[in-house]
Each structure stands twice: as structure tokens, then as C-alpha cells.
Design a protein around this ligand. Structure first.
Ligand code: GCW
Length: 664
């Protein structure tokens, strides 16, 4: 009977259907069977070139492709130029990796239905040039030695440390391929909360094995290090960065690493942050610490990515602290140090203003750290297209970057990211790291075409949905500049009331929302913490003035009265209620959108996403009710009568204790 249904299915659909578990990501090319295109290359056949040739031989449906290397095109970086005409396609790059990226571009264009002959008819050929804006496009894995992933929602780590180097999972290569296809060229394999063991010989051998697999895809390996490694694992009495023996220890360690991984990228360091060791433990500065490592790495062209995510409970407004700590060090770092700064001044919240360090540190290269994993955006349950949030950052920070990092959202789940649509965030990170001038619209459309269908009846509504999804989430979680209303231990659901006796104030929601009978929000104006003055003119004045402060950041910068007049004509309290309600309604609309396109996608992915949207809608209602009912205890105002009534009870919601395992 089963067989009969199966045959009937094939007969009716007339196509062979793959298992649609999401494992193929956006790389859903059909393999050439009858005919293999000719790929011409007269230069040296390196592993990267071989990858490029294989990809086109297997998946390019067009005629001959000729590869050319033109070393003179210095400013092309890793980019390429494609000249297409009816006879053959010429792909030129400055280096071998540019050819690989060009090969992926050809496949992308083919898959998304690009008309290669468009210009050809008129001008004889179509020319496409594509050059990256940024050199280092790096994923940061927060993967631990025991296989868990900090803030990971797609299962365990991809890296099987117990098996390596003897057993090599096929997913290592698939991972490298997926990254290369979107221009990512580096990966930090382990958590910034780093176990010193990662740089032991035992682990370096395993890491070298991964580096070998990634190399033909142009991906370099980097490691997070623990600042007290010399003491923890080197047997030295100290890890003081100015101590001669400590410096020598790092030099020897770096030498050992390069003997195993000749193209090793460098170190990522979280130091003197959230209890981790660092140079300040020895009365030294972040620059002293970073420069010691930089000196050891310099002979091999390695770099140090030193994180600026530092704050302490006794140093005033948390949003100001990274700036205060790092600005005085501007110009004091060695040239192979890059300061890695989270996009916002606090911590990957659903919406933050950009970190004022960007643009301010003029003598030190900075790289933004974006979070692809949805620590504060519904984990792998909520559909949130993060490109919208990142574009907001790029537009505001107005700086060119030589490097950019994204905290990865991949794990061993079959579909890699836990939610089919979370794959779009991995994709978007790569594309924006390559060129942050791309629009959300372009990226969303590209991804949808690659991952699902070229049918505009599918693309248009789904694109509208994903482009609205970040704002929708901000609306039902933390509108108007609110932030950090999360539950203490999982950062998934709401706990604006959370108050753990003895806990650090800056780890509790009340520190951020400051709700009282007068109003709500953190006063960061010149009459408050004065964080506004870390921004350049005229932004500082714009943020400082409640009349000109953008309303989507109002409560980030102001403690506004419940009766504050909003641009809509409503008072703040009512506006807050409307925003939460809007978020709920938006997600309900997403459910409708999805149901309408059911016939355009496979049943498996459809039902997975449908299921997740149900969770998201329930969660949106939970967020709305929790926040509004709690804040209502301060505002003492009714929820506007035109709006839906809460369906939860505040006291009941306070009892909810989530076991995050159910949300992975
Ligand atoms: O947002 C916080 C996270 C921590 C993380 C830290 C950081 C890796 O809750 O899990 O630790 O930021 O970025 O260092």
C-alpha cells in the first residue's frame, strides 16, 4: 500500500522529490548528468581552483567557462568579473579564491533565474563585476569542548572533538562549502568563553584536520583563547602579559600552531569580561594584553581580534562602559589587532542604537560583531530576518570595515539552524559581510529563490513577511527602545519583573526599564547617565532631546512619562499597548501568509515552519501580556478599550519557569 501511494505521488507530481529536511540549505542545485560543461584554466590547479572547477562541472548548465587570473587588479580583492556571451563565459579574478566566489555567483544567478542573455542581444555580452567591501568575513562559534553550544539553538556542536581527527563527518565539508558560497572566509571554532585545552597539542591536531577540510574552500581557522592559558596549561606562575616567560610561552605556542596549520588566522579574545581572566588582573591594560598576542602572531601574518564587550557592575551606565574603557587606548594597539565590538552598546538586544565606539576610535581598526544566533530573538522558534536589523546598524555606523564577525547559528540539526528560515540569517550575514550596500530586499529575494522557488506568487508574499519580521518581533518583545526584559536564565521569554536577591543589578530587567509611577525608560540624556554625549554631533543632540529622539529608541535614551505625547497622538502608555498588539497581529498575519503559499513548497518544510509560527504567535501573546500587565502595575492605566484584552494572568506568568531544552 505504501509503495502504491509513493508511486502515485511520483506519477502525479511528475518530478522526483528530495527529502526536504532543509539539509541542502540554499545550495539546491541539480547535478549535471548527461552533459558536463567544459571549464578551461591554464594556470596552476590548486585545491581552491579544483573546488571551483568541480562546482561548475557538476552544476553549471551553460556552455564553456574560462577561468583567468589577473593579478594586476589589486582593488578587486576577493572579487571577480564575469563576461558572458553566447559562445562562452569568461570568469576573471585577481586570485584563486575570487574564481571560486565567481563560480558560486554563476550558480546563484542560474538558480535565481537570471537572464544571462539580457544585455547580450544589444551589446554582445553581459558583464558582471562583484567585489567585496570587507576583507575578513568571519563566523564565531560559541562551541564548547563538551559539544554544547552557548546560546546555540540548533542542537549540539558540529565539531565532534571525540571523533577527530580519525573520523571526519561529511558535514565539515558541507559547512565549508555553504560558507564559501556566500563569501565567508574565516571561522573561529570555539567559544569566546574559552577552555585553555583548545590550544593543547591534542586539540590542535583535531583543529588542523578541520583546517585541511576548509582550506579548499578558502576558509581559515581561528581560535578563541583563554588569557590565563600560560598559567592554566603552561605551568607558569602567572599570565601577566608583561612577564618575559609569559610572552615567550605565547610565542612558542603560536609557533606550534603554525607548524600544524600554516595558514592559521589568529586569536579571538574575551578578556576581563563577565568574570574571564585578562590583563587587568595584573594591573595591565587591554592594549598590553592584545599587543603581547599580536607580537607572537605577527611573524606569521596572524591577527588578534580583541573584544570590547566589557562592563562591570560598579562603573555606572553599562551602555557607556566599552567606550570609556577603549577610547583612551585608541592608537595604542599593534597593527595586527582589531577591536571586535558588538553592534550595540549593551548586548545584541532586539533593537539598540549603534555602539558609539564606531566612528570614534579613529586610530584603531574596529570590526562589528553581529549575532546570527537568536539569543534575544526567539531562539530557533521565531521567524526573524536579521538582515533588517544589521542594515540599521550599517546605515547608522557609516564606517567602512576591513573585518566583520557573526556569532553562528548552526549546529548538528539536520536543517543546520533549527528553523528553516534561520538559514536566511546565515545567508544574509555572508552576503552583507561581503557587501553591506546590498539591500534587505535583494538578499531576501535571492535567498527565497535559492531555497524555495522562483515563482513570484510565492516570493512576493513571503518576502513581505520576512522583511517585516524583525520589526514585528521588536513590537511584541520590546518596542520603543525597551531592552533586556528577558528571563534570567534563558533569554527566551519575558520576565520584566525578574528580581533575584543578591544578583548584579545590571543583570536584572529593572536596571534597564526603570518603570515607576511616573514613566518608563533609562535616562541617558545629559541630565541622566549622559551616554548621549558619546555620540557625535548632531546625533548626541538628536538623542538628547525627547522631541527629536527617534521613537523607536525613545526608552533607550529617556525616562518618559506615561502621558508623554507620541507622534501618533497617543500617550506613551497607549502607544506601548498598541505596539505590543501590532506585533501580535503581525505574527498572526505571518501564519496566514504561510498557509496561502502552501502549494508552492514541499510539505515537510511547510509543516515545520507552520508549527514554528504557532509557537511564535503564542509567544507573542505571552510577551504582550507579560509586559503590559506588569508595566500596568506602574502606569495604573487601562489597556485602550479598542485593543484585545490580555488572556493571561500576571501572577500565573510569573510562575512560568522555562526549561530551555524544550525550546531548542
Ligand atoms: O550576551 C552575552 C551572552 C553570553 C555571551 C556573552 C559574550 C559568550 O549571554 O552567553 O558569552 O554575551 O558575548 O561574551
Amino acid at each position: 500500500m505504501k509503495q502504491f501511494i509513493f508511486l502515485l505521488f511520483i506519477f502525479v507530481s511528475n518530478v522526483i522529490i528530495h527529502a526536504e529536511d532543509g539539509s541542502r540549505l540554499w545550495l539546491r542545485y541539480e547535478k549535471n548528468t548527461d552533459f558536463l560543461p567544459e571549464i578551461i584554466f591554464n594556470g596552476k590547479h590548486t585545491p581552491v581552483i579544483e573546488t571551483a572547477i568541480d562546482e561548475l562541472k557538476n552544476y553549471w548548465n551553460g556552455k564553456t567557462v574560462e577561468f583567468l587570473i589577473d593579478k594586476k587588479q589589486k582593488n578587486w580583492k576577493d572579487g571577480f568579473e564575469i563576461i558572458f556571451n553566447s559562445e562562452k563565459t569568461k570568469l576573471t579574478a585577481r586570485s584563486e579564491i575570487g574564481l571560486l566566489y565567481g563560480a558560486y555567483e554563476l550558480l546563484r544567478l542560474q538558480k535565481t533565474g537570471f537572464d544571462f542573455m539580457l544585455d547580450d542581444k544589444a551589446a554582445g555580452s553581459t558583464i558582471i563585476g562583484n567585489f567585496p567591501k570587507c576583507d575578513l568575513r568571519i563566523l564565531n562559534h560559541w562551541d564548547n569542548i563538551d559539544g554544547s553550544v552557548e546560546r546555540g539553538y540548533a542542537g549540539h556542536s558540529l565539531w565532534k572533538w571525540d571523533e577527530l581527527p580519525d573520523i571526519v563527518s561529511p558535514r565539515y565539508q558541507e559547512y565549508a562549502r555553504a560558507n564559501a558560497s556566500i563569501g565567508i572566509n574565516g571561522t573561529v571554532l570555539n567559544n569566546v568563553n574559552a577552555n585553555p585545552k583548545f590550544i593543547s597539542r591534542e586539540y590542535l591536531v583535531k583543529i588542523a584536520c578541520l583546517a585541511d577540510i576548509f582550506r579548499p574552500y578558502g576558509i581559515k581557522v581561528y581560535l578563541s583563547i583563554n588569557f590565563s592559558s600560560p598559567k592554566e596549561s603552561g605551568g607558569l606562575p602567572t599570565s601577566d602579559p608583561l612577564n618575559k616567560d609569559v610572552r615567550q610561552w605565547w610565542k612558542d605556542k603560536v609557533k606550534e600552531i603554525y607548524s600544524l596549520i600554516p595558514d592559521f588566522g589568529g586569536f579571538l579574545v574575551k578578556a576581563n569580561s563577565e568574570g574571564l581572566p585578562g590583563p587587568q588582573d595584573f594591573g595591565r591594560t587591554h592594549a598590553d594584553g592584545a599587543n603581547m598576542l599580536a607580537e607572537a602572531l605577527e611573524p606569521y601574518n596572524g591577527i588578534v581580534m580583541w573584544r570590547a564587550f566589557v562592563y562591570s557592575p560598579n562603573s555606572g551606565d553599562r551602555a557607556k562602559q566599552a567606550y570609556e574603557e577603549f577610547m583612551p587606548l585608541d592608537g595604542k594597539f599593534n597593527k595586527n589587532v582589531i577591536i571586535q565590538v558588538k553592534n550595540g552598546p549593551v548586548d545584541f538586544q532586539p533593537r539598540e542604537p549603534y555602539s558609539p565606539l564606531f566612528g570614534a576610535m579613529q586610530k584603531t581598526p574596529l570590526m562589528p560583531e553581529l549575532q546570527i544566533t537568536q539569543e534575544y530573538l526567539g531562539a530557533s522558534n521565531h521567524l526573524v530576518f536579521l538582515a533588517s536589523m544589521w542594515k540599521e546598524f550599517f546605515d547608522a555606523a557609516r564606517q567602512t570595515f576591513t573585518a566583520i564577525a557573526g556569532v553562528a547559528n548552526v549546529g548538528e540539526n539536520t536543517n543546520w539552524c533549527g528553523h528553516h528560515f534561520a538559514q536566511a540569517n546565515w545567508y544574509a550575514f555572508g552576503r552583507l559581510a561581503w557587501n553591506n550596500q546590498l539591500t534587505c530586499n535583494e538578499i531576501a529575494e535571492e535567498w527565497l529563490r535559492m531555497t524555495f522557488s522562483n515563482d513570484t506568487a510565492f516570493i512576493n508574499p513571503v518576502k513581505t513577511m520576512i522583511l517585516a519580521s524583525h520589526e514585528a518581533t521588536v513590537n511584541y518583545m520590546m518596542p520603543l527602545g525597551l531592552n533586556c526584559l528577558f528571563a534570567w536564565d534563558h533569554h527566551y521569554g519575558p520576565e520584566p519583573w525578574c528580581n533575584i536577591p543578591g544578583a548584579r543589578a545590571d543583570w536584572l530587567p529593572g536596571y534597564y526599564h526603570q518603570a515607576d509611577s511616573v514613566g518608563i525608560g533609562f535616562n541617558r540624556t545629559i541630565s541622566g547617565s549622559n551616554a548621549v554625549s558619546q555620540y557625535p554631533y548632531p546625533l548626541n543632540e538628536l538623542f538628547n532631546n525627547i522631541k527629536t529622539c527617534p521613537e523607536n529608541l525613545l526608552l533607550w535614551f529617556h525616562h518618559a512619562s506615561w502621558n508623554h505625547q507620541m507622534k501618533s497622538g497617543r500617550i506613551l502608555w497607549d502607544e506601548l499597548c498598541y505596539k505590543y498588539q501590532e506585533g501580535v497581529e503581525q505574527v498572526r498575519d505571518f501564519q496566514k501568509t504561510l498557509d496561502r503559499i502552501e502549494n508552492f513548497i514541499d510539505a515537510e518544510r511547510f509543516s515545520d515552519v507552520q508549527y514554528k509560527l504557532k509557537i511564535q504567535t503564542k509567544d507573542a501573546v505571552w510577551w504582550r501580556d507579560a509586559c503590559l500587565l506588569y508595566f500596568q502595575t506602574f502606569s495604573n492605566k487601562p489597556i485602550p478599550y479598542l485593543l484585545e484584552r490580555p488572556v493571561h494572568d500576571l501572577e500565573e506568568m510569573k510562575k512560568i519557569k522555562l526549561n530551555m531544552k524544550h525550546h531548542n
